[in-house]
Design a protein. Structure first.
Length: 349
């Protein structure tokens, strides 16, 4: 514990060398300690060490970072899936399912049949993205497959290096009728660059708090002329929208008939009509990037999913806009970049 605690703190702060040293020392003392294996896995993946990183990351179930399922069918461990019916199931949060879901099409192309059990809010989106797959909400004890795999393992088996992360077309697509409706709603807002913003997660823990922001910190962004702002915040943001109007004279547009937490079909249609999404590290950014909407993500120093690159290879539509001095400095940089973009009328891609 004495080695794990400073190591975990260093991991959260993005101090990779110290975090790696603590994880390695912990494993010399206690080779079976799952927390150290998982931390080392994240650090290895952050440095682009795929083989060892994915192997260590497999210990996330023992730490409670992912929810395990004990199914009656065997687990798929990367063997040739041709001719086999494989069940893939979600194990973490909504954003993680979208992130790891970007690799599902690789499996669908290779397996005999794929069954996907995902968050019920994602069923329609995933079904359109994965023609030929059976997509459904989780079931108690599925037995209609030969093998099963947690969703976070698909990339481990099918994407062993950066070359497998191709800049393909967007993974998700909105319902066409809903997308047309939301284009009309957004057009009614008048001229300007349509920018969706999300400043924090609905789940703020001590580990994650430094990655999120308060609406007050967005003042330089909200002051940019030529931009029309839409809130994509998916929990109660009435006080913050009122604060933005009172303090910055900025309207954060929203539609009361859209349940931004539970209606992901509606959210996808709205987001597809935006010119740009600026977000803290939340599921909103994952959804927007998977739809192909340009995303500027306020990224911290410890993001393992960059896989040793300056971007997130999972999402070609996403750019990282972090600043080592903190989120205030990052938002100031975002404001300068947005001011230039809004003034030229160019796209955010």
């Amino acid at each position: 514990d004495a080695m794990l605690n400073p190591g975990h703190t260093a991991l959260v702060r993005g101090e990779r060398r110290l975090a790696r040293a603590c994880a390695e020392h912990t494993l010399r003392l206690a080779p079976g300690r799952a927390e150290a294996r998982t931390n080392r896995g994240l650090l290895r993946l952050a440095d682009g060490e795929f083989a060892g990183g994915w192997d260590d990351y497999g210990h996330r179930f023992a730490t409670g970072d992912a929810v395990a399922r004990h199914l009656s069918i065997p687990e798929w461990r990367g063997e040739d899936p041709a001719g086999r019916r494989i069940l893939v199931w979600g194990e973490q949060g909504l954003g993680d399912e979208i992130l790891f879901g970007t690799a599902l099409s690789d499996l669908v192309r290779r397996a005999g049949k794929v069954v996907v059990e995902c968050d019920p809010r994602l069923v329609g989106l995933f079904a359109r993205a994965l023609p030929g797959a059976d997509v459904r909400a989780p079931t108690p004890d599925p037995r209609d497959a030969d093998l099963h795999a947690p969703m976070g393992n698909i990339a481990a088996w099918l994407r062993p290096g950066l070359e497998q992360f191709s800049a393909a077309a967007p993974f998700l697509a909105p319902d066409p009728a809903l997308a047309a409706d939301w284009r009309g709603r957004l057009a009614a807002l008048g001229p300007g660059l349509r920018v969706g913003i999300c400043w924090r997660s609905g789940r703020v823990t001590a580990d994650r708090a430094g990655a999120y922001t308060d609406i007050e910190q967005w003042e330089p962004v909200l002051a940019v002329p030529g931009a029309v702002f839409v809130t994509l915040q998916y929990d109660g943001d009435d006080p913050e929208r009122a604060k933005a109007l009172r303090r910055f004279d900025t309207v954060l547009h929203h539609w009361p008939d859209l349940d931004r937490r539970n209606d992901l079909e509606g959210m996808a249609a709205l987001i597809t009509g935006l010119d740009l999404v600026i977000t803290a590290p939340t599921a909103v950014g994952e959804l927007a990037a998977a739809l192909g909407t340009p995303v500027w993500r306020l990224s911290g120093a410890g993001d393992w999913s960059t896989l040793g690159t300056p971007v997130r290879p999972w999402f070609p539509a996403m750019a990282l806009v972090g600043d080592p001095r903190g989120q205030d400095a990052a938002l100031a940089g975002v404001a300068r970049r947005l001011r230039s973009l809004a003034g030229t009328g160019q796209t955010a891609a």
